[in-house]
Design a protein around this ligand. Structure first.
Ligand code: ATP
Ligand code: MG
Length: 252
């Protein structure tokens, strides 16, 4: 059975998509078979991996109708096997329609159960809200990876995601935080240094030792539909995501 990790934080712009897009290929580089799922109607993960949002079958139909299989697109990324379940704006409509459906929180979990042993890791990118799409991801997952910025306002986001996890335990009692990731850290800023110290004191080993620094190559790669692997000049970012994957593998 695959290890399913939801990448979640209700706060926007903290690096959820960037982390999913680069951790996936990094796990593949370590020989794991990886499936990435875009559960955000913004479809940022889909674009970041160079898949066109127009015309692609998306996760939306499979959530609404259990007889429809999850659409799976292979991603060539130069590291190993990475597949993607793409998203488009249609997912926003699907979220509204799901409201009236039975088992609405369990739809993604049931779809993943049908994939059985095709993957070692499934990473789910979630939108910046605690709607049904994020809840579906948290119910389908065994682990949550929480990317965060090191700003005073980020602490609120962490508290919110902790409360959401607590709620989801009703439906998924085995859900655990795999780690909190400083995903776009600028250690030159005093606020970021202070918040990092506070986070490490407050959450201890729950915070990944690996820190991903702010790096223009990460942004450039995503905007051209590529991951940092094989992107010119992105060697430092690659090193960061390789170390993050090692920690994820150690934590299971
Ligand atoms: N380490 C980094 N260095 C530089 N830019 C980064 C880094 N991580 C993320 N970014 C940039 O920050 C922005 C927000 O990141 P991203 O889209 O991954 O966040 P998100 O949490 O998925 O946002 P949303 O909540 O809207 O889904 C993007 O433009 C991304 O390219
Ligand atoms: Mg995102």
């Amino acid at each position: 059975m695959a290890i399913v990790i939801a990448v979640a934080n209700q706060k926007g712009g903290v690096g959820k998509t960037t982390t999913t897009a680069n951790l996936g290929p990094s796990l593949a580089k370590h020989g794991r078979r990886v499936l990435l799922i875009d559960m955000d109607p913004q479809g940022n993960l889909t674009s970041a991996l160079g898949v066109s949002k127009v015309g692609a079958d998306t996760v939306a139909d499979a959530l609404l109708d259990r007889h429809v299989r999850l659409p799976i697109v292979p991603i060539s990324n130069g590291t190993g096997r990475v597949d993607l379940v793409p998203a488009s704006l249609a997912l926003a409509g699907a979220e509204a329609q799901l409201m009236n459906k039975l088992g609405r929180e369990m739809r993604l979990r049931d779809q993943l159960a049908q994939l059985d042993s095709s993957y070692d890791y499934v990473l789910i990118d979630t939108p910046p809200s605690l709607g049904l799409l994020t809840i579906n991801a948290l119910v389908a997952a065994q682990r949550v990876l929480i990317p965060t910025e090191a700003r005073f306002f980020s602490l609120q986001g962490l508290q919110m995601i902790e409360e959401s996890i607590e709620e989801v335990l009703y439906l998924n009692p085995k859900l655990e935080v795999i780690g909190i990731l400083l995903s776009k850290l600028d250690r030159r800023l005093r606020e970021e240094k202070q918040v990092t110290e506070y986070l490490r004191e407050r959450w201890g080993a729950r915070v990944f030792a690996t820190e991903i620094g702010t790096n223009s190559k990460i942004l450039e790669a995503a905007s051209t539909g590529k991951t940092v692997f094989g992107y010119p000049g992105a060697e430092r970012a690659v090193e960061g995501y390789v170390r993050l994957a090692e920690e994820v593998l150690r934590r299971g």
